[in-house]
Design a protein. Structure first.
Ligand code: G16
Length: 541
């Protein structure tokens, strides 16, 4: 066994996106591709010599091979210790918790999140800092810069580490500790939520269906929902993580979690339905015949979090990404707490959480979480809903109706136009940006434009600025649309169109109907058909 320094050359396109580097799996499997990026990651954080890291991933194809490479590279780069999830598994929130609770220097998480897995699908890798949160832009920019100049990487020549059994071993001079991926996370959840009350609700007949979509949350959900909370076996469906997610697209939204939606919209539906994504940080919540939009879920949680023991003291403040609806703003105003708006990407919440400004964060992209970790957390959000139901005695539809009656309903929808040729999407965005100055005061259908700009964020904690984070057009009266290109796709460009309108009187419309005039106005302004030839979105959430 010896330490090797391998000569390499920069590889194009290793720029981390919204959440790490995501590419087709076969690209990651290409010569030096993974190794170059891992070395650039290590260099970008100032090296790993003497440091302790956490490593794990969502179990998708190549997760195990990539983990072995990372272990050998960490050892060759002088890391003191790596803590790895058994069988290289860790959900993203569980990894964030381990990084924090074991006081490590950070961690490498292997996942392409909600993107499909398999040799012909997607793979991804990201670095989380010692606070447990995704590396900020300053760090991912440093990593990207290294990918453009890298000439060599370091790796131990060694046989595979046995990842299948808990315990400690060595790789060169580095310690390797294999831990149960579920145990510490389950302990943390029990400090936050009223497990006896939820258990009593389930024993009283509340049926639950949790769809893990053959991804990482299966073992977590089985341990919590079935073993600890006593829900009958089978309450967790698609509960075994598979390398290709059994062909499922593990994105918990009404389109991809259609089996769950069919069950929840049918006769004799369970009291509570939920799904999570590839790496366990996203969630979708559904009641009987009652889909809860992520923006509404965030607002309901903000209004009721005090019912959970871990949040009984109330919230310090809340934060949402800019395209997320303003439903939570109305709750924050009523509670008299601060509400922050950030660009898309969980990494932007990190400073606000670390600085003690906010307790709760959320995004329209099915992400909700709190200061218990520094990632969004699917199982946490689902337990929060169960706790609120148990403590209030209200069903999901009753909670929604009561919420809207008090705060009004921010009708909301996101339309995704996927796999657009990148040049066409860039031309669309350039033209839209170019038209912003002339949009103000224009009449578009029934609306008058109040403001139109390209969102720029000034981080109130570290003073950094992030520009060009999405074009937003706000109409008089508050209805608005937002347009941006996704930073997580792997094929061409995905155009995201976010639509919102407040209604304080009618709460039972179909959101697509309620938003029809905003949708028409958005298409008129953006010219989606002119630039892309598309008229209808591929995914509507
Ligand atoms: C990631 C980020 C989220 C972001 C989402 C969508 O989630 O962590 O903050 O909202 O991507 O980003 P985009 O609109 O750029 O595709 P995940 O669950 O994919 O890690």
């Amino acid at each position: 066994m010896s330490k090797l320094t391998i000569t390499t050359a920069p590889i194009e396109g290793q720029k981390p996106g919204t959440s790490g580097l995501r590419k087709k799996t076969r690209i990651f499997m290409g010569p030096h591709y993974l190794e170059n990026f891992v070395q650039a990651m290590f260099d970008g954080i100032g090296g790993v010599a003497g440091k302790t890291l956490v490593v794990g991933g969502d179990g998708r194809y190549f997760n195990d091979r990539a983990t072995q490479v990372i272990l050998r590279m960490a050892a060759a780069n002088g890391a003191a210790k790596v803590i790895a999830g058994q069988n290289a598994l860790l959900s993203t929130p569980a990894a964030s918790h381990l990084i924090r609770s074991m006081k490590t220097d950070g961690g490498v998480i292997l996942s392409a999140s909600h993107n499909p897995g398999g040799i012909d699908e997607d793979f991804g890798i990201k670095f989380n800092m010692s606070n447990g949160g995704p590396a900020p832009e300053s760090v991912t920019n440093a990593m990207f810069a290294r990918t453009k100049e890298i000439m060599a990487y370091h790796i131990w020549e060694a046989t595979d580490v046995d990842l299948s059994t808990s315990g400690t071993s060595t790789l060169g001079e580095m310690l390797v500790e294999i831990v149960d991926p579920v145990a510490a996370y389950v302990d943390l959840m029990q400090t936050l939520f009223d497990f006896p009350a939820i258990k009593a609700m389930i024993q009283g007949g509340a049926r639950i269906r949790f769809d893990a979509m053959n991804a990482i949350t299966g073992p977590y959900a089985k341990a919590i929902i079935e073993d600890l909370l006593g829900a009958p076996t089978g309450s967790v469906v698609h509960g075994t993580p598979l390398p290709d997610f059994g062909g499922m697209h593990p994105d918990p939204n009404p389109t991809w979690a259609h089996e769950l939606m069919a069950e929840m919209m049918g006769a004799n539906a369970p009291a509570f339905g939920a799904a999570s994504d590839g790496d366990g940080d996203r969630n979708m919540v559904v009641g009987p015949s009652c889909y809860v939009s992520p923006s509404d879920s965030l607002a309901v949680i903000a209004a009721n979090a005090h019912l959970a023991p871990g949040y009984a003291q109330g919230l310090k403040g809340v934060a949402r990404s800019m395209p997320t609806s303003a439903a939570v703003d109305r709750v924050a105003e009523a509670l008299g707490i601060a509400c922050y708006e950030t660009p898309t990407g969980w990494k932007f919440f990190g400073n606000l959480l670390d600085d003690g400004r906010v307790t709760l964060c959320g995004e329209e992209s099915f992400g909700t979480g709190s200061d218990h970790v520094r990632e969004k957390d699917g199982v946490w959000a689902i337990l929060m809903w169960l706790n609120i139901m148990a403590a209030s005695g209200k069903s999901v539809p009753d909670l929604m109706q009561a919420h809207w009656a008090k705060f009004g309903r921010n009708y909301y929808s996101r339309h995704d136009f996927e796999a657009i040729e990148s040049a066409k999407a860039d031309a669309l965005m350039a033209a839209l940006r170019g038209s912003l100055d002339t949009l103000a005061a224009q009449q578009i259908g029934p609306f008058t434009v109040a403001t139109a700009d390209d969102y720029s964020y000034l981080d109130p904690v570290d003073g950094s600025t992030s520009a060009q984070q999405g074009v937003r057009v706000v109409f008089e009266g508050g209805a608005r649309f937002v347009v941006r290109l996704s930073g997580t796709g792997t094929s061409g460009a995905t155009l995201r169109l976010y639509l919102e309108k407040l209604d304080t009187a009618n709460f039972d419309q179909d959101p697509q109907t309620a938003l029809a005039d905003v949708i028409a106005a958005a298409h008129e302004v953006i010219g989606i058909e002119t630039f892309t030839g598309r008229t209808t979105p591929d995914v509507v959430t």
